[in-house]
Structures are given as structure tokens and as C-alpha cells.
Design a protein around this ligand. Structure first.
Ligand code: SF4
Length: 353
């Protein structure tokens, strides 16, 4: 079959995205380990610009001990966690003075990921603007072919694309609840049904996630700490009451979760996300991810006073889930708790949003 390598599969809101720049509440420059290549590092060092910008460039990156040509220099945040090249109004000084082409790929493209080897481009849920676009739509996400100005080198093999789209189709079947749909995805992938485990056992597993990410990730530390404070010792019916309150606050929460998760499936190429897991392990991590989001939201209910607060929590959670070794860590934590099989991991779905 002849493929047109200028046509990339993208979510149908891909072209609607535009960066909020200085309006962003949690800019992607804040607190992240932004890593650039050796070539990009020396290109930036060689930029002839104003004295102010050159001075900022000189302190903007450091070279770690394990630098490689691909991961050569790391952003050196200032004491407030900001990029030294960011101005008071939140805009990038380098971008403003030298144009978009002066930026390293990660800054120029984020939150887009362009996969030339698959002719696919996606938008990460870790960006608050992406989440805003997703939570404000009612219709299911679609995927369309577009010329995005890149030329690809290959395509996803049809058998893999077929399973990816089948999983997305199951999630988008609005005749079933989302929890049932995710369980159906698990049955399709693993052939196993979810077991019933007690609320207390499931909450204990999620507390191990909260403890781990409270210690290791500044973007969700506060959410994790707060969830543990609010949910410790809680009964199942009290937890359900929190979920009910969330639904009264956001009557479209199922649609929101559907669109956010369908986008996540596409970003991650679920169940082929190129981490070390096989498809069944991907499903187990997915169960952990869904329950972890449920616990973070339920445990931070008092801090969620409107859509912006929900968007901020989701974007922060996906910073961890789409840009760290979440799949791998989830597996270690699930295994330790005796939830490392599809049946046991599936039991966590009951306590997702
Ligand atoms: S998080 Fe998204 S909207 Fe905010 S500054 Fe980064 S790319 Fe722009």
C-alpha cells in the first residue's frame, strides 16, 4: 500500500491549540527538568543577542554528570522554579528577541509530540490549555489526517493501530459507564476480569502512590499530601459522597474524563507505549493511573472551586503520568502491594473518578 508521508494522524483539536503564554497559571517552564541536546545547547550559547539575554543564557542551563549528545544540558531554574529566560510577564525573552527558530525543540514544540516514524502528532495532557480544550467539548474526540508541515518516515503497523483504535472506541461507547468501559479494555487486552478488593485495600495502595510522589515530584506533592490528610481513615461511603459532590459540581465529569483519557491513550499509543511493559502491564498501569487521579481529586475536593482548579489538578497529574517513568513506578508499587496482576489492578477501577 502507498502511504502519503505528509499526512499525520492528529486529534481533531490539534490545530485549535495555541499557547496561553503569560496567561498560563502553571507554565511548562516551571519546575520541570527541561533537557536539550548538545547541538541545541551550543546553538543557544552562540546566539548574538542583547547583553541581558546573553547573561541569562549563560546561567540558563547546566551540564549534568551523565550528559549525552541527546540529553546534554538541563534547565537551571531560578530559586522560584522559573526558567531564567522567562520575563516577569511570563513570556520567553529568547522567543521575543530572536524568534521561534532560536528555541530548542522541546520549547518550540511542547505540548506537541511529533512522531515522524508513525506519522502521528499529539498534544500532551500536561499542558493546561490542552486540558481546557478537552474539558470544554461535549462530542467525542476524533482523529484526522492533516498536513502539519513535517514528512514522516513510517506508519503504525495496522494490527497495532487496530487495537489502539478498538480501545479508544470502547472508552467512547457512552452506553456504558467509564469504569465498565475501562474494565472491558482490560478484558480485551488480558482476557481477565477485575476482582473485587475492599475499599481499604485499594486506598492503601493509592496512599503508597501518594507517598512516593509526595517525596519525588514537586508538581503534585501538595495534592498528594492533601489527599492523604483528607482521606486517611475515611469509609467507602464517605469516599462515594466526595465523588457524588464532584459530580454535582461537574455534571459532565464522565465526558471530561472520557475526552482526557482518549487523548491520553493517543499520546501514549496505549497499549503500546514503548515503556518496558507488555500490553497487559500497560493496562495494569492504566488502572493505577485512573484510581490515582480519582484519589487526588476526591482528596482535594475542598480546593476545587471551579473548572480552573480541576484543570490545574489534571494537568499537574499528567505532568507526572506522561513525562516521567510513571508506568514503571506504578508497576513496582502495584507489585509490592500484591496488585500486580490484571485482576487485582482492575479492582482499583471501582475507585476511579
Ligand atoms: S503549559 Fe501550555 S499553555 Fe502553558 S505556557 Fe506551556 S505550552 Fe503554553
Amino acid at each position: 500500500m502507498d502511504y502519503d508521508l505528509t499526512q499525520f494522524l492528529v486529534p481533531d483539536f490539534y490545530e485549535q491549540f495555541s499557547c496561553k503564554c503569560g496567561e498560563c497559571r502553571s507554565s511548562c517552564c516551571e519546575g520541570w527538568d527541561v533537557v536539550i541536546s548538545q547541538k541545541e545547547y551550543f546553538d543557544i550559547l552562540g546566539i548574538q543577542s542583547t547583553e541581558e539575554i546573553r547573561s541569562r543564557i549563560s546561567r540558563a542551563f547546566y551540564i549534568p554528570k551523565d550528559a549525552s549528545p541527546e540529553r546534554y544540558a538541563v534547565l537551571n531554574h531560578d530559586w522560584l522554579g522559573n526558567c531564567p529566560l522567562r520575563s516577569e510577564d511570563g513570556l520567553c525573552l529568547l522567543h521575543a528577541a530572536e524568534g521561534e527558530t532560536s528555541l530548542p525543540d522541546v520549547c518550540r514544540l511542547y505540548p506537541r509530540t511529533i512522531r515522524k516514524d508513525l506519522c502521528e502528532a499529539s498534544l500532551s495532557n500536561s499542558c493546561e490549555r490542552v486540558i481546557e480544550l478537552l474539558v470544554n467539548r461535549k462530542d467525542p474526540l476524533r482523529f484526522v489526517s492533516r498536513d502539519i508541515g513535517s514528512v514522516g518516515t513510517g506508519y503504525e503497523p495496522p494490527y497495532r493501530m487496530s487495537l489502539r483504535m478498538q480501545c479508544i472506541g470502547i472508552i467512547q461507547d457512552r452506553n456504558s459507564s467509564l469504569a465498565q468501559s475501562f474494565e472491558s479494555v482490560g478484558q480485551l487486552i488480558s482476557g481477565k476480569r477485575a476482582e473485587k478488593r475492599s475499599f481499604e485495600e485499594c486506598l492503601a495502595v493509592m496512599f503508597s502512590f501518594c507517598e512516593n510522589y509526595s517525596d519525588n515530584d514537586s508538581s503534585i506533592k501538595e495534592y498528594c499530601d492533601n489527599a492523604m490528610r483528607k482521606l486517611r481513615g475515611i469509609t467507602e461511603s464517605e469516599y462515594d459522597k466526595r465523588r457524588y459532590l464532584l459530580k454535582t459540581m461537574f455534571p459532565d465529569i464522565e465526558m471530561i474524563q472520557e475526552n482526557v483519557m482518549v487523548n491520553h491513550f493517543f499520546v501514549e499509543k496505549f497499549p503500546y507505549s514503548e515503556t518496558r511493559e507488555n500490553e497487559t502491564e500497560e493496562y495494569e498501569s492504566l488502572c493505577a493511573l485512573l484510581c490515582f487521579i480519582g484519589v487526588l481529586v476526591a482528596g482535594n475536593l475542598e480546593r476545587i472551586n471551579g473548572m480552573n482548579d480541576l484543570v490545574d489538578l489534571l494537568a499537574a497529574a499528567f505532568r507526572v503520568m506522561e513525562h516521567s517513568a510513571f508506568h514503571y513506578n506504578a508497576h513496582v508499587l502495584l507489585d509490592r502491594a500484591g496488585f500486580g496482576e490484571p485482576e487485582t489492578a482492575g479492582s482499583l477501577l471501582e475507585y476511579s473518578l
